[in-house]
Write a protein that binds this ligand. Sequence first.
Ligand code: MSP
Length: 504
Amino acid sequence: MPDRFYVTTPIYYVNDVPHIGHAYTTVTADALARWHRLLGDDTWFLTGTDEHGLKVQRAAESAGRTPLEHADHTSARFRETWDLLNVSFDDYIRTTEPRHHTSVQTFLQRVYDNGHIYKGTYEGLYCVACEAYYTEADLVDGNLCPIHGRPVEFLSEDNYFFKLSEFTQPLLDWYAAHPDFVTPEGKRNEALGIIRQGLDDVSISRTSITWGVPVPWDPNHVFYVWYDALINYATAVGYGSDDERFATWWPATHHLIGKDILRFHCVYWPAMLLAAGIDPLPYVHVHGFLLVGGEKMSKTRLNQIFPADLVADFGVDGFRYHFLRDAPFGPDGDFSYEGMVARYNSDLANNLGNLLSRVATVVGKKCGGIGPAPRADSPLAAVAAEVYEDTARGWEKVQPSVALEATWRLIGAANAHLEANEPWKMDPGPELDAVMGDALEVLRIVAILASPAVPDTCDQVWRRIGLTGTPRSQRLPDAAKWGGYPGGLAVEKGDPLFPRIKAD
Ligand code: MSP
């Protein structure tokens, strides 16, 4: 039985357009999905858009559209961006879809029937940008939202409340029994810190707005956007429509999220799942922010960077590689254009691009354009075996930067091997063939191992060294074992994979 892997991104609000922060999570999820497909796991990759709530209602009003028109428009922009970035999602959910409404109503009706929801009055300080209430202690300078730095508003309304307070102990028990429930460790501790302070009940419905999923037992209310949004992950694998499908995928769920939504995913969501009688809980992997000039990107700060602008300079794979390799998953990272140029030139142009071009040139000039087979006892075989282990561990731990650093060690070793042997100075013959066969075998293995990050490039490498099919049709771990390059294949030089870029 193959393993299963179900990976999700947050569903993005349609009041904003996609920037590199959204792309960071989505490309990471895509690379993980691609890695798991290589392993032969049954893989399902979900992304989508979050389309309800006051924030969207207001953004639509100011754009002169109905909320649904606005959602259609922006949801399409997210989709186009993911297509541009070669994101291989299996399903794209929109919370305005009927399948989602059905699932939300089924889920929360169950929580209600299980006695975890009651009616009360809510008065509080609300940040529209976060779609969340704050206590005074949370605020900055008395009335500013701690995330957006904008004034909060006083709201009072009849609400349904979820008895989150009842779940303090069950959550602590769950965390204790499942040490890898939330990663990395620092983010797990942050979530535990919130739970240990003791949890208050939370309001989950609104009467003040209509743009949402109606509460099935009291249609004057709609569910507050977050309680509808979180359920998307369950909707997409059949909750409320196909119980069997849900039961097979749910234990394999991995959520990727930014730290801004840790409280919702690591505290409220697991409690809601327990309240609905769903066990086991999903794994949650939390990353930091991409900062620009030390600040979080936002519309109001006018410091957003859009993927298409960087793709124009670096190509799709240059974009993907940079964020996967240079923004370690967990801590915050500062985006810099100069850093992106430096990484592109060193890893892509000089290391990978150069290896392919050197190999193809020498094979063209001295081996009649036909790639020789590798040696079984090549000194690079041991490096390749170790690199495979480290690469696999990096992806397994949701640390793409670690995985790619490992894969690039093999490229570095092959370049060093060429420099030590100087095949461009050797005469044609078995010795030269051995050196070139080894380098071709490295290219074959690298084309598989790097394909989750730079899929188009790896297809190119694969084709140019004469192999048929694609890296993605290979199965790990066997395909990474030394000796798979058969030799006797036509090798093509072609244009440089990654022309060097000058920082200006
Ligand atoms: N709609 C909610 C999520 C609901 S999930 C059930 C939401 N949407 S959002 O559009 O604001 O997207 C938030 C996510 O985008 C973050 O959690 C993170 O994954 C990503 N990022 C947005 N800005 C980011 C950075 N500056 N840096 C890194 N990731 C960021 O919250």
